[in-house]
Design a protein around this ligand. Structure first.
Ligand SMILES: Nc1nc2c(c(=O)[nH]1)N[C@H]1C(S)=C(S)[C@@H](COP(=O)(O)O)O[C@H]1N2
Ligand SMILES: [Mo]
Length: 317
C-alpha cells in the first residue's frame, strides 16, 4: 500500500503543482492520519530513492534573460569550486564519490515544526522550472547557465518559519568518507551560508536541483543547492542538508575563514575591490573573454530595494 501511495503522490506532483491539488492532497494525508510522518525521518519505506530525472528539462521561466551567450555545458561542469573535494577547480571527478541517494534535508530552528524531509519527496512538492542566470565568482570568473529548481520562497513557505526568524542558515553535507577536502581539518566544516529572510524570499533566490536540462551534477552541488545570482558565488552553497531558521546572523564558511575579505552580504559590485584584486571585470568561462562586471551582477532591478536601509553595512564584500 505504501508503494502505491508513493507512486500516486509522485504522479500527482509532476502533473500538477497548483494550490488546489496541493491543499487537497494535504487534507487527504491529514485525514489518513499520516500527516508529517509521511515526510518525517524514520519512515524508510516512504523515503526510498525515487528517480527525479523525469522533472528535467523543466519549462523555462522566460522572465530572467541573459545579456550574453550561455556557457557551454562542458565548462560549467568541469571548472568548479567545491572545497569538500579539493581546493582547486578540477574536482569534478573527485565529486563523483558524493552519495546523493537517499538525501535528507533537515528543516529546523525557528519553525512551526522541525522536520526531516527526503529530497525526492520535497522536490515533488515544489514548482520546478528552469531559469537562466549569470554566476559571478568572487575570484572574477563568470558563467551563464540554465539551472532548474524552484524559488527559495516555496521552500520557506513549506518550512513555515516563525515570525521571529530573521535569517536562514544553510549547511552542506560533511562526509569524511567521500569528501577528501575534510581532511583539511583547519577549515570550518561543514560549509555553511546564510541569507536574510527578505533575501531568501526574494523572487531571484533559487534552489537548484537541475542544470542543462538534467539533474544537477554532483560537482555542481547535487542534489540541492542555492543560487543567488546577485551575490558572489561563494554564497551559493552546494549539496545542502540543512536549513535552519534563526534570529542570529549566520557566519558563513568563508566569513569565518577570512572575515576581512568575505562578508555576510557579498553583493557583486565592480567598484568595490577585493582586498587582493580588482572586481571591475570578469573572465567568461569557456571563451576567456573579459567583460565588465555589473552592479549586483546585473540584477539590481530585482533586489536593490533589499538594501536601501542598510547603508551602514558592508554590502559588497
Ligand atoms: N559546499 C560548498 N558550496 C560551494 C562552494 C564550496 O566550496 N563548497 N564553493 C562556492 C563557490 S566559491 C562558487 S563560485 C560556486 C561554484 O559553483 P559551480 O561549481 O557550480 O560553478 O559554488 C559555491 N558553493
Ligand atoms: Mo566562488
Amino acid at each position: 500500500m505504501l508503494g502505491i501511495r508513493r507512486k500516486g503522490w509522485a504522479l500527482a506532483e509532476s502533473a500538477a503543482t497548483d494550490e488546489v491539488v496541493f491543499l487537497q492532497r494535504r487534507t487527504l494525508v491529514k485525514a489518513l492520519g499520516l500527516g508529517p510522518a509521511l515526510i518525517a525521518a524514520g519512515t524508510p519505506a516512504l523515503v526510498a530513492a525515487a528517480d527525479t530525472a523525469d522533472l528535467y528539462p523543466a519549462k523555462r521561466n522566460g522572465r530572467y534573460k541573459l545579456d550574453r551567450p550561455m556557457t557551454a555545458e562542458k565548462y560549467a561542469v568541469t571548472y568548479n569550486n567545491f572545497y569538500e573535494f579539493g581546493s582547486h577547480k578540477l574536482i569534478s571527478d573527485a565529486a563523483q564519490a558524493l552519495k546523493t541517494h537517499p538525501w535528507q534535508v533537515r528543516i529546523d530552528g525557528l519553525v512551526e515544526k522541525p522536520m526531516t524531509v527526503d529530497f525526492d519527496a520535497l522536490i515533488r512538492r515544489m514548482p520546478v522550472e528552469e531559469r537562466v542566470y549569470r554566476h559571478r565568482c568572487v575570484e572574477a570568473w563568470s558563467m551563464a547557465v540554465p539551472w532548474a529548481g524552484f524559488a527559495m520562497k516555496a521552500l520557506v513557505d513549506f518550512a513555515r518559519p516563525l515570525s521571529k526568524a530573521k535569517f536562514v542558515q544553510m549547511e552542506t553535507l560533511a562526509d569524511k568518507e567521500t569528501m577528501p577536502g575534510l581532511k583539511q581539518v583547519w577549515y570550518p566544516w561543514p560549509y555553511t551560508e546564510g541569507l536574510t529572510m527578505a533575501e531568501a524570499t526574494n523572487e531571484l533566490a533559487f534552489i537548484a536541483t537541475g542544470l542543462y536540462g538534467k539533474p544537477i551534477p554532483k560537482q555542481n552541488g547535487a542534489p540541492i543547492r542555492l543560487v543567488v545570482p546577485w551575490k558572489y558565488g561563494f554564497k551559493s552553497i552546494k549539496s545542502i542538508t540543512r536549513f535552519t531558521f534563526t534570529n542570529k546572523r549566520p557566519v558563513g564558511y568563508w566569513e569565518e575563514i577570512q572575515g576581512r575579505e568575505y562578508g555576510f552580504w557579498a553583493n557583486v559590485n565592480p567598484k568595490v575591490d577585493h582586498p587582493r584584486w580588482s572586481q571591475a571585470s570578469e573572465r567568461v568561462l569557456g571563451t576567456n573573454e573579459r567583460v565588465p562586471t555589473l552592479l549586483y551582477n546585473g540584477y539590481g532591478e530585482y533586489i536593490a530595494d533589499l538594501y536601501k536601509d542598510l547603508k551602514g553595512e558592508k554590502l559588497f564584500m
